[in-house]
Design a protein. Structure first.
Lengths: 343, 382
């Protein structure tokens, strides 16, 4: 029997078995990665589409996914890749070096692990980060934040940016809708990531399930650092909750207006035409980055008030890692790094 | 504001955007209310819902009643999403094909328009995937399986490997392609270094390959079925002049594109129409270009496959298409044209209608619906 130390499930895996996520195996008494160097999809997109809004805005990223997840969110919108048997997903071999080469060919500034949970393919992601950094590319991921402290340290040590999904504010929510015992590992890791890597947070909102937790989630973020960008995601539920109504945009907008008292940079997306995807100075309300919401995960920046994020209205810097980048520039012009820091 | 307005309905919430910049406008003007009320009244049921085609009919009947256009375009695409991602069997597919015919009948009965029905081609069982992720160069294609693949910056090893793969039925360099088909410069500026076709039934896994596993693939036909009283339709480029002639005679025409209908399964009386130029068989996009412009597909700015992620300029809601077509059937025939379709982006980008209503779906996720008003539509509603 081996204990998997990648996530806080800490699966005890008997020989011949797999862990909960089915991506870690015990074949011969040691923990092995299932489907090593195998990926399921590649896509070139704006970094804003991940969503990541305060890390080299306007840049181009090559996003990729593997398969599997250590959560079982009842509303999962990517269950076709996250919640199926990994053996059923069509996967193709692509070494980290080859993936980096693809990103360079496509004129990308970064590579992002998206769609399914990176913790289930952690060794690949860490090797990829080394290969990408050698070629001057940034690497980041979207994660549910349920890593063990050791895995979180390894991840933060290699990632240039992360977006952690904070799905609710209570143990009950995580137990009833996510399938894990409690929220505390996620909160612990958020605190850690906030001081070790560029961090943004996403909350998928489901009608009548967690839309009443907006205030509490804002309060959690406020306690960590009110300047962490917070993406509220209008979830279109699938998987076990596909019969749910879509979240009401007006109701959520009102709740988010109240949350501005706690969090400086709130975004509300996953619907076309959203006016909540631009960045405004929290002090004087000058628009710093104008973006258009294209539906799905499409967001396009169309205007930057200042390339380095300096507010022309009050001379205050927005928290920005790197500068604004021309999407088609292929290379990042290193002018400035202004990390989101803990208060 | 540019010459195109989009009205987005994300369910119980609407906004208006400038289609060229993508930026939000100062609200929905009162003169656009007729349109915004239609898209509010008929929420799109979703790509995988079996009611998706009924939505096209319901919206189109309402729009025809409101605007009495000379020309109507309908695009029925529900069967594509259901066939590829809906997990339905052949019997269900056949039954749904019959329901499309009922939808057309209902539209004709309620509006009196003369139908010009085009089946864009059928599906075939998916035989397997071809991994194009691990090429040294960059392969694009395979978003919805079947059709056209582009290879950029391939290595000699890539080319040797692809040439020896029995699933590859054609691998042609840009120069070879141009010498055979000719065409305009912007087409070839975007054209891949190599154009490739796979045997029917095989799907590419490359950049933009969908992570969802499809059950079927498109089958690119050499001929497609056309059902019409108009004579002399041998090629796709014959369609525009024939329809313009009929409109000039005062006839009211509905051009109806049905995905999934081929010569083998079209449930209406039909004649074959060429769906190819030389050895190139058209997919939906090049079909639409040829039908609506009346020109060869190489006169279009867009080749069958290109680096759509490099199109960073304008018209962000049109995704691949940063240069919308203006010299189209929809912009010139009669006094007003409308289009309704349940495949996103293609109706408003390629048909050129004055008023378009289409679903707003991405990767079979349903974000609502969208109306696009331009040209004579904006004049009418000013």
């Amino acid at each position: 029997m081996v204990v998997c130390e990648q996530c806080e499930r800490r699966c005890r895996i008997n020989e011949g078995d797999a862990g909960y996520c089915r991506m870690y195996l015990n074949r011969t008494g040691t923990l092995e990665q299932a489907l090593p160097n195998m990926i399921s999809a590649l896509m070139i997109q704006r970094i804003e589409g991940l969503p990541v809004f305060h890390f080299y805005p306007g840049s181009r990223t090559l996003s990729f996914s593997t398969t599997g997840c250590n959560f079982d969110c009842r509303y999962c919108s990517t269950a076709f890749i996250s919640r199926v048997d990994p053996a059923e997903v069509v996967m193709h071999e692509l070494s980290p070096d080859m993936l980096v080469n693809k990103a360079l060919l496509a004129g990308c500034h970064s590579i992002s692990f998206t769609t399914n949970e990176p913790t289930v393919s952690l060794s690949y992601l860490l090797k990829l980060a080394d290969a990408a950094h050698q070629k001057g590319l940034h690497v980041g991921c979207l994660t549910n934040g349920y890593q063990t402290p050791a895995a979180a340290e390894a991840l933060a040590g290699k990632m240039d940016f992360m977006n952690v999904s904070l799905k609710g504010s209570t143990d009950g929510f995580y137990r009833d809708y996510v399938g894990v015992d409690n929220i505390s590992p996620v909160l612990r890791n958020l605190e850690y990531y906030s001081s070790h890597v560029h961090l943004e947070i996403t909350t998928p909102v489901i009608t009548d399930i967690n839309d009443d937790q907006i205030r509490e989630i804002a309060f959690i973020i406020n306690k960590i650092n009110r300047q962490i960008p917070w993406h509220v995601f209008r979830l279109l539920p699938e998987y076990k909750m596909s019969d749910r109504e879509y979240p009401d945009i007006r109701d959520l907008s009102e709740k988010l207006e109240e949350a501005r008292a706690a969090v400086d940079y709130i975004y509300f997306g996953n619907f076309p035409g959203s006016e909540w995807v631009s960045t405004y100075c929290p002090t004087c309300r000058t628009r710093l980055i104008e973006r258009v919401g294209l539906g799905g995960c499409g967001v396009k920046p169309v205007n930057f008030a200042d390339k380095n994020g300096l507010c022309p209205g009050c001379d205050v810097n927005m928290p920005l890692t790197g500068n604004c980048v021309d999407y088609s520039s292929a290379e990042i012009e290193e002018e400035k790094t202004c990390q989101v820091k803990s208060e | 504001m540019s010459g195109e307005v989009g009205i987005i309905d994300a369910r119980e919430w609407q906004t208006a955007v400038d289609m060229r910049s993508g930026c939000t406008l100062d609200g929905i003007r009162p003169q656009w209310r007729q349109i915004s009320e239609v898209i509010d009244k008929y929420p799109y049921p979703g790509d995988l819902s079996e009611e998706g085609n009924q939505w096209v009919v319901d919206v189109s009947i309402e729009v025809v009643r409101l605007f009495n256009p000379s020309l109507v375009f309908l695009l029925f695409a529900n069967q594509t999403f259901r066939a590829l991602f809906g997990g339905i069997d052949e019997r269900t597919m056949a039954a749904e094909s019959d329901r499309v015919a009922e939808c057309i009948e209902k539209f004709v009965f309620n509006t009196g328009y003369e139908p010009f029905v085009i089946g864009t081609g059928g599906f075939c069982k998916l035989k397997g995937f071809m991994n194009l992720m691990s090429t040294d160069g960059l392969a694009l294609g395979g978003g919805i399986p079947g059709g056209h693949i582009g290879i950029f910056s391939p290595s000699d090893k890539d080319l040797d490997t692809l040439r020896s793969d029995l699933r590859v039925v054609r691998l042609v360099s840009r120069d070879e392609f141009r010498s055979q088909f000719g065409g305009n410069d912007s087409f070839y500026q975007r054209f891949p270094d190599y154009y490739m076709e796979l045997e029917d039934g095989y799907a590419a896994r490359s950049v933009y390959g969908l992570p969802r596993n499809p059950d079927r693939s498109f089958k690119l036909p050499w001929e497609i079925p056309v059902s019409t009283h108009l004579k002399g339709i041998d090629n796709l480029t014959d369609i525009r002049p024939r329809i313009e002639g009929a409109i000039n005679q005062g006839r009211k025409i509905a051009v109806i594109l049905v995905e999934g209908w081929s010569l083998e399964n079209m449930p209406l009386d039909c004649e074959p129409c060429n769906n190819h130029e030389s050895w190139l068989r058209h997919g939906l996009k090049t079909q639409c270009h040829s039908i609506f412009t009346g020109k060869s597909f190489t006169e279009c700015p867009y080749p069958p496959i290109f680096k759509c992620y490099d199109e960073d300029n304008i018209y962000p809601f049109s995704f691949d298409y940063s240069e919308p077509e203006y010299d189209t059937l929809g912009q010139t025939a009669g006094d007003l044209s409308v289009a309704i379709g349940n495949r996103s982006i293609i109706p408003h980008s390629l048909f050129g209608a004055d008023i378009t209503i289409e679903c707003f779906a991405r990767c079979v996720q349903n974000f609502g619906n969208m109306a696009v008003i331009k040209g004579r539509g904006l004049e009418l509603l000013s």
